[in-house]
Design a protein around this ligand. Structure first.
Ligand code: ATR
Length: 284
């Protein structure tokens, strides 16, 4: 049976995003765009689920015939613990953002954030193999970025974080000698050989503080990426643009991480296009 046949004969493929809160999540909007574009009779819900209700909800959704669920703050670790099987990225990153309910009843825990991080950079034209990258931050998003960069063949990865111990912990758990932890002072005088600087902290987000760093020392060919996408052009990206550097915004990562989830839930291969971006931003 072809995938097409399976998806068109199941009248309602249902999936959801689980978060607490969930109202801010763009996932229903972006999966909704693809469902309509593909002409599929499917549904994608945003469900606000309190932490104590997470596990029973997931088991209930599986029993009710949902295809799976995306998982956002604060459930990514609970999802890791609940899954029966994990993909390599989920295991390496230590978090699950996509639960897929398998026909045999098992719950597969996946992490598509690393895929989304890299697909976004590659679509912009970044080649992580040509030189070192600097990742700022050591939280969950940093773990996805580091895993993505190392998997894509980044030859050297500088890692810096306000709390150095967390950066060392991340480096130790990834056990890869391409990772070099730098002190947070490095932001005042950045390494002059980096191809990509990526912010994975929440600094630069509307209402939060700014990342204090001096981009002067970066090579003219460097790319600057910010995981923050509210605002779309963060102070970091604005400074990079003014310095003549190429930039990649954080919305693309969110859009790309949903592509494997859509494939798992609805059986179709979809693309991240300008029309999708415009729709998610509310202009399309
Ligand atoms: P996420 O899962 O989104 O990555 P997180 O795990 O809470 O969120 O990680 C937040 C990251 O932002 C951390 O690297 C954090 O640095 P610390 O480990 O020192 O807390 C970083 N961060 C948050 N606020 C910061 C600030 N004001 N200055 C510097 N780094 C900050």
């Amino acid at each position: 049976m072809s995938d097409d046949h399976m998806t068109t004969t199941v009248p309602e493929a249902i999936a959801a995003v689980l978060g607490w809160p969930v109202a801010h999540s763009l996932s229903p909007r972006l999966h909704g765009f693809w469902l309509q574009e593909q002409g599929l009779a499917g549904t994608y819900l945003g469900l606000p689920i309190a932490p104590e209700a997470f596990e029973p909800t997931v088991r209930g959704l599986a029993a009710a015939g949902f295809r799976g669920a995306n998982v956002t703050v604060p459930h990514k670790l609970a999802a890791l613990r609940l899954a029966d099987v994990l993909d390599d990225a989920a295991r390496a990153i230590g978090a699950v953002n996509t639960l897929v309910f398998q026909p045999d009843g098992q719950i597969l825990g996946r992490n598509t954030d690393a895929y989304g991080f890299m697909a976004n950079l590659q679509q912009a034209g970044v080649d992580p193999q040509v030189g070192p990258a600097l990742v700022i931050g050591a939280g969950g998003a940093a773990r996805a970025a580091v895993h993505a960069l190392l998997s894509a063949g980044c030859p050297r990865l500088y890692l810096t974080n306000r709390t150095a111990a967390t950066a060392y912990g991340l480096a130790e758990s990834m056990a890869d000698d391409r990772i070099h932890v730098l002190s947070f002072n490095c932001l005042e005088k950045l390494p002059d050989d980096i191809v990509l600087l990526g912010n994975t902290t929440s600094l630069g987000m509307a209402g939060k503080g700014r990342l204090a760093l001096d981009l002067a020392g970066l090579p003219d060919t460097a790319w600057v990426h910010d995981i923050v996408y509210v605002p779309l052009e963060t102070p970091l990206l604005q400074a990079a643009r003014q310095r003549g550097l190429r930039t990649v915004d954080g919305l693309g990562m969110l859009l790309h991480q949903a592509v494997p989830a859509f494939r798992a839930f609805y059986g179709r291969e979809v693309q991240v296009t300008d029309a999708l971006r415009a729709h998610v931003l509310g202009d399309g």
